[in-house]
Ligand binder design. Structure first.
Ligand code: TYM
Length: 332
């Protein structure tokens, strides 16, 4: 039987943090041998908020290199850059014309991000989920592994499939969100009720995959805790405790029961150094591999060139099917 297909992506906005890793990339790596996988760097999404043209290309390469450094294996997975395949933009336009405006104005991320942009909010930010739907549907993906914050965008993608197939015939495949329980919503280090985010103005709120040991140590020392001694999971009034124990569990590879037993009598003064060491040693192999990949630009370029060829073949085929279903003539 053919393997199910997976598609996912990350935006090249700044560095990747533990939320991106534990909510998305680490899960891609863990299941990649069971699927046919496509992982893109979504650089068209990156310009939906003001961006820096001087760093966009380098940031895009950084994310592609981090995919490899985190363990994406080219025997199972294809890595490519979204903007290198024009079908993503073209399908977005076709979907724009069948997507009701209010589906987009209702999106939580649009509401949150547009507040920050004020009067300058661009049409691209509103259209962001339609582009995301095009990313997924071009590859007829069965599963889409993402963090919890993308759930609503996946629902919109499914709504677009149903609407399109109803109007034009069964062309598109209905994708399923793949959201793990643990790690799907990593919280900020400075406020356990807020999601860890690239756009938080405080660097102290997140640990980036490329942070040095000193930076990690400083961020953990200053992270928010509470005055209660004894650490335990699942106490709603202790969101920071829940977040830090979950991170410790995921990065140490220990079970929840083992972590609960180990930490039940600890104070923060004992936990923080242990946590710091765990984060540093979990990130060390990723950082080392990242340096190796980054040092060989020819290799990275060849990976992306090959990825583009493989991905474009599938994307162009789907785009042709969509256009035919919508009644477009074939170019002569
Ligand atoms: P981005 O770059 O914002 O996030 C990349 C991935 O990281 C997850 N994530 C988190 N997971 C747990 N805790 C957090 N604090 C946290 N912050 C981020 C996100 O859920 C995501 O899986 N719109 C997508 C990019 C995208 C995409 C796609 C994804 C564009 N096209 C097609 C899947 C399929 C995004 O949020 O990227």
């Amino acid at each position: 039987m053919a393997r199910q297909r997976i598609l996912s992506g990350v935006q090249p906005t700044g560095n990747l943090h533990l939320g991106n890793y534990l909510g998305a990339i680490r899960n891609w790596v863990e299941t990649q041998s069971q699927y046919e996988n496509y992982f893109c760097v979504v650089d068209l999404h990156a310009i939906t908020v003001p961006h820096n043209p001087a760093t966009l290309a380098e940031d895009t390469y950084t994310i592609a290199a981090l995919y490899l450094a985190c363990g994406i294996d080219l025997n199972y997975s294809t890595i490519f850059i979204q903007s290198h395949i024009p079908a993503h933009s073209e399908l977005t336009w076709l979907f724009n014309c069948i997507t009701p405006m209010n589906w987009l104005t209702d999106m939580i991320q649009f509401k949150e991000k547009s507040v920050k942009q004020g009067e300058n909010v661009g049409v691209g930010l509103l259209d962001y989920p339609v582009l995301m739907a095009a990313d997924i549907l071009l590859y007829k993906a069965d599963q889409v592994p993402v963090g919890e914050d993308q759930k609503q965008h996946l629902e919109l993608t499914r709504d677009i499939v149903n609407r399109f197939n109803h109007q034009f015939g069964e062309v598109l495949k209905l994708p399923h969100p793949m959201i793990r329980k643990e790690g799907a919503r990593v919280m900020s280090l400075t406020d356990g009720t807020k999601k860890m985010s690239k756009s938080d103005p405080s660097e102290l709120s997140r640990i980036n995959l490329l942070d040095s040991a000193d930076e990690i140590s400083k961020k953990v020392k200053r992270c928010k805790t509470d005055p209660i001694k004894g650490l335990s999971f699942d106490v709603p009034e202790r969101p920071e405790c829940q977040n830090l124990l979950t991170l410790y569990m995921l990065l140490s590879g220990k079970t929840k029961e083992a972590v609960a037993a180990e930490c039940q009598d600890m104070g923060w003064g004992q936990f923080k150094p242990l946590f710091t060491e765990t984060v540093i040693s979990a990130l060390q192999p990723i950082q080392q591999k990242y340096q190796e990949v980054r040092a060989d630009k020819t290799y990275l370029e060849s990976v992306l060139r090959e990825g583009r060829e493989k991905a474009a073949a599938i994307a162009n085929q789907t785009l042709a099917e969509v256009k035919a279903a919508m009644g477009y003539s074939v170019p002569l």
